[in-house]
Design a protein around this ligand. Structure first.
Ligand SMILES: N[C@@H](CCC(=O)N[C@@H](CS)C(=O)NCC(=O)O)C(=O)O
Length: 205
C-alpha cells in the first residue's frame, strides 16, 4: 500500500489529488510541519530537505521499495503507475504535460508561496514585497488565462499538469485575488473542483 506523507498545504494537496485521481490504494500519514515533525530523523530519510509531500511505495519499479519527495516527481510517479492517462504514455503528449507540470512546480507555486508569505503570514508588513508579489501573481494568472482561452486543460486532457497548478489557483486565485478578471481560469478551476477525486482530496484526512 502506498503511504503519502501529507500536510494541508498547496504541495500537500497536489500529491493527495494525484493519489486520489490515480485510484491506487494509499494511506495518509500526517506530518505537522507547524510542529516541525518534518525534521524527525526517520522522515528525513524519506524527504532529505524536510519538506512534505513524500511518498513511499513498498512495491516500486522492479518490486522494490521506493521513497520519493517533490510533488512534481510524485505526481509523475503516480500518473505513470496508475496508467490511466493522468500522465500520458505517448512521448509527444508528455512534452507539454512536462512543461506545465514544471511550470506549476517550479514557477507558479514557488512565486505564489512568496505572495502568500508577504500577504498573509509575515508578521511585518512589507508594502513593496506585498505589491511586487501581488503583481507577479496577477501576471501569472493572466498567463494561465490566455492559455486556457484556447485549451480546455493545460496539456491535452486533464493531467498531472493541471494538478500541479490547481492548488495555488484555488488558495490564492480564488480567495485572495479573485478570478473575475480571469474567466478561463475560473472555468478550468470550477471543472476541476467538481471532480469527485478532487473533492475527496480536499476533504478530511
Ligand atoms: N518543491 C517542493 C516544495 C515542497 C514544500 O515547499 N513543502 C513545504 C510545505 S508546502 C514544507 O514542507 N515546508 C516545511 C519545511 O521547509 O521545513 C514540492 O513541490 O514538493
Amino acid at each position: 500500500m502506498l503511504v503519502l506523507y501529507f500536510w494541508t498545504t498547496d504541495n500537500g494537496y497536489k500529491a493527495r489529488m494525484g493519489a486520489e485521481e490515480s485510484g491506487l490504494p494509499y494511506v495518509i500519514r500526517a506530518v505537522n510541519i507547524r510542529a516541525r515533525e518534518q525534521f524527525a530523523p526517520d522522515y528525513l530519510k524519506i524527504s532529505p530537505g524536510h519538506k512534505i509531500p513524500a511518498l513511499v511505495d513498498p512495491d516500486g519499479p522492479g518490486g522494490g521499495r521506493i521513497t520519493l519527495c517533490e510533488s512534481g516527481a510524485i505526481l509523475k510517479y503516480l500518473g505513470e503507475k496508475a496508467g490511466n492517462g493522468l500522465y500520458p504514455e505517448a512521448p509527444a503528449a508528455r512534452v507539454k504535460v512536462d512543461q506545465w507540470l514544471f511550470y506549476g512546480s517550479a514557477t507558479f507555486t514557488t512565486l505564489a508561496q512568496q505572495f502568500g508569505f508577504f500577504t498573509r503570514r509575515n508578521p511585518e508588513d512589507v508594502p513593496q514585497a506585498r505589491k511586487h508579489y501581488t503583481s507577479v501573481l496577477k501576471d501569472m494568472l493572466g498567463t494561465l488565462n490566455t492559455h486556457l482561452a484556447d485549451n480546455e486543460y493545460f496539456a491535452g486532457p486533464y493531467s498531472v499538469a493541471d494538478i500541479s497548478i490547481y492548488p495555488d489557483v484555488h488558495l490564492h486565485g480564488v480567495n485572495d485575488i479573485g478570478l473575475g478578471d480571469y474567466p478561463h481560469v475560473k472555468r478550468w478551476h470550477d471543472a476541476i473542483e467538481a471532480r469527485p477525486a478532487v473533492q475527496r482530496a480536499w476533504g478530511p484526512h
